[in-house]
Design a protein around this ligand. Structure first.
Ligand code: ATP
Ligand code: MG
Length: 270
């Protein structure tokens, strides 16, 4: 079951700093919505996501999930990081059931279901070290889902993967969050990733970090990157990003596929 998220006027100033990193962020995310947060490097995306996860408490304001103020991490709002952080001496199944083991629970049927959901049933007894990067990220995803979270938080979870694996996992995570009825917030540098996965994309400015705009992506899932609607949504988002936070620099906002070509053609025209 998914939960709604309310970000209530968050301002955050890190210790030893005078200026706030995040400024007066107010945002409502309805239950079951898939949201992507994009912005330049260092603008405060991870800081905000850590607050949603209860890993960091804002100096002002608060986060509420399902009406409850977030004051610490919980299995109900799970975070997936760029690195899967698996235990190398455990096999796939043991890694996935870790959260349940910590909670003193056992649910082998659920682990079987999750193995199937992430396409790793045949690898259940293998050690995670023998898996590819994409497969390891699937294990991390299944581990995040094992404790039946209401919210899935992702901080650039696919950025270390090759383009093909990345696209496959983007589609799978979008499918799984719909199927399992989860609210999702993903932080990304990748415009394509945002368009492929999100119902709504939030644009964040830097110094101080503020949500300065948003774009709805009204395309059905699974999203076909080769369709004209997808390209249009991507161009619309890039144009809005450009107008709100300045020119897109490829080193800061990565684009894959056609949007890269779009950027190259812009440079040639200049
Ligand atoms: N623990 C901390 N103490 C002081 N400053 C911090 C701390 N963590 C982050 N910052 C600063 O806050 C700002 C936002 O950092 P954050 O990691 O949230 O950015 P980001 O948008 O996720 O960047 P990237 O896209 O590169 O991951 C940066 O200027 C960073 O240096
Ligand atoms: Mg970050």
């Amino acid at each position: 079951m998914s939960a709604n998220i309310s970000i209530d006027f968050i301002t955050h100033t890190f210790k030893g700093q005078t200026d706030p990193t995040l400024n007066n962020i107010e945002l409502k995310i309805p239950a079951g919505e898939r949201v992507a947060l994009i912005g330049r490097s260092g603008c405060g995306k991870s800081t905000l996501l850590h607050m949603l996860a209860g890993l960091l408490i804002p100096t002002e304001g608060c986060v509420r999930i399902h009406g409850h103020q977030v004051t610490r991490p919980s299995a109900k709002w799970n975070m997936m990081f760029q690195k899967p952080s698996l235990y190398p001496w455990m096999n796939v199944r043991q890694n996935i059931e870790l959260g349940l083991t910590f909670a003193g629970q056992k649910n082998p049927e659920k682990i079987d279901y999750l193995l199937d959901l992430v396409g790793l049933s045949e690898k259940a007894e293998e050690h995670v070290q023998s898996l590819s990067g994409g497969q390891q990220q699937r294990v991390a995803l299944a581990r995040s889902l094992a404790t039946s979270p209401e919210v899935l938080l992702l901080d650039e979870p696919f950025s270390a993967l090759d383009a093909f694996t990345r696209a496959t996992l983007q589609d799978e995570v979008a499918r799984i969050t719909g199927q399992e009825d989860l609210t999702m917030v993903i932080v990304t540098h990748d415009i394509d990733e945002a368009v492929a996965m999100a119902d709504r994309v939030l644009i964040m400015s830097a110094n101080p970090g503020e949500i300065v705009g948003e774009e709805q992506v009204d395309l059905p899932f699974p999203r076909d990157r080769s369709r004209a609607e997808f390209s249009r949504a991507r161009e619309q988002l890039m144009t809005k990003f450009d107008s709100l936070v300045g020119d897109v620099k490829p080193a800061e906002i990565r684009q894959t596929g056609q949007s890269k070509a779009l950027d190259d053609s812009k440079q040639q025209a200049a």
